[in-house]
Design a protein around this ligand. Structure first.
Ligand code: AHG
Ligand code: MN
Ligand code: MN
Length: 354
């Protein structure tokens, strides 16, 4: 009999690094995946590798962030030969540099740039568009709390010679890959290409991402809810009713649920993905369209959560089906364990069965 509420399939990460024979590096994993597509040119594999290299450099900068002021006082120049910039800008620069050097990416859209950035590429490659939030959770940088990087990959549409912003404004269903890096108590890279979700933990002693969380499945039902309840009074009545409901005592449904809110979407999402939970950033009076960005926050995470068996909506529509109109467009987000997202939807639309 299949378990209706399977637990997340998180293996013991340590076991992988202890048993040398079982270690699978991200590099090896990418090569193995590529062999499954006989006509693959390796371009996509190189793109993922480029992103992972940028992730390692950002990780190094993040790990040194607390020391920047100490070194900065002496006018210290970093290894790139620049004065250390704010981490958001630095993370963007590292991603852009890696994608430029790699030659597989024709257009970048970034939270840190108002306009999309076209890149020069060689004729054979350069068919990919990368949208990104280089540093997510900026308010947590200075207080030593987990932050992340989010990326979303599209193909330049066939027949489109020039990479303009229009080429990037595709619905999330068209993503060919999406992923995030979380700089937490360890550094992990989690990504999907539409064939399940795999997580890799950075082993700092060898500088490699090691497959530690193969085929991640998120629990259908969890008991963590993540929402900035400081905005409670500006939420609509349905959401307020849901937030009352989660606090009620009911052993049969494991309530009250437990509140966890880090304020870094990547970190809140990652925990909920593994443990089961729901992350909510709704529209409110200050942010009538919500706060999170559709193209480089909501879409990539929606792709990942669906691939892991979860659900993502804006309260009414599936996130991945939304037609984007602008690079920096915002959307309300309800994302996580399938049963939890369905439950909150039933509060938002009381006419449907609860
Ligand atoms: P960013 O740091 O990329 O601007 O994103 C911040 C986002 C997201 O990471 C987080 O979940 C949310 O803002 C927190 O917003 P509130 O402080 O309004 O709760
Ligand atoms: Mn962000
Ligand atoms: Mn950001």
């Amino acid at each position: 009999m299949t378990d209706p509420h399977p637990r997340s399939t998180v293996p013991n990460a340590r076991r992988a690094s202890l048993d040398a024979g079982a270690v699978m590096t991200l590099e090896q994993f990418i090569i193995d995946q590529q062999h499954r597509f006989p006509h693959s040119t390796g371009s996509f594999s190189r793109l993922i590798r480029d992103i992972s290299v940028a992730a390692k450099i950002i990780n190094r900068d993040v790990r040194r962030a607390g020391l920047v002021d100490i070194f900065g006082d002496s006018g210290q120049i970093n290894v790139q030969g620049e004065v250390q910039k704010k981490l958001d800008a630095l993370a963007h620069a590292e991603m852009e540099r890696a994608l430029r050097r790699g030659g597989e990416c024709v257009l970048i859209g970034s939270e840190e740039h108002a306009e999309a950035i076209p890149l020069q590429t060689s004729s054979e490659s350069g068919r990919y568009i990368v949208l990104m939030d280089p540093l997510d959770g900026s308010s947590n940088i200075e207080v030593n709390v987990s932050i992340g990087t989010i990326f979303s990959v599209y193909r330049l549409p066939e027949g489109q010679a020039e990479a303009t912003l229009d080429a990037a404004l595709q619905p999330g269903t068209q993503q060919v890959a999406a992923g995030y890096v979380v700089y937490g108590s360890s550094t992990m890279l989690v990504y999907t290409t539409g064939d399940g979700v795999n997580g890799f933990t950075l082993d700092p002693s060898i500088g490699e991402f090691i497959l530690s969380h193969p085929n991640i499945r998120t629990p259908r039902q969890g008991r963590i809810y993540s929402v900035n309840v400081g905005n409670y009074r500006s939420f609509d009545a349905g959401l307020r009713a849901y937030l009352e409901w989660v606090q009620e005592e009911d052993p049969a449904t494991n309530r009250p649920f437990t509140l966890r809110y880090i304020g870094s979407f990547v970190s809140d999402f990652h925990r909920n993905l593994l443990k089961g939970g729901i992350y909510i950033y709704p529209a409110n009076t200050r942010d009538p369209e919500g706060k999170l960005r559709l193209m480089y926050e909501a879409n990539p995470m929606a792709f990942i959560v669906e691939q892991a068996g979860g659900r993502a909506t804006d309260g009414t529509r599936r996130i991945l089906s939304k037609r984007p109109e602008a690079l920096h467009q915002r959307t309300p987000v309800f994302i996580g364990s399938e049963e939890m997202v369905r439950r909150v939807e039933s509060f938002l639309h009381p006419s449907s069965a609860r």
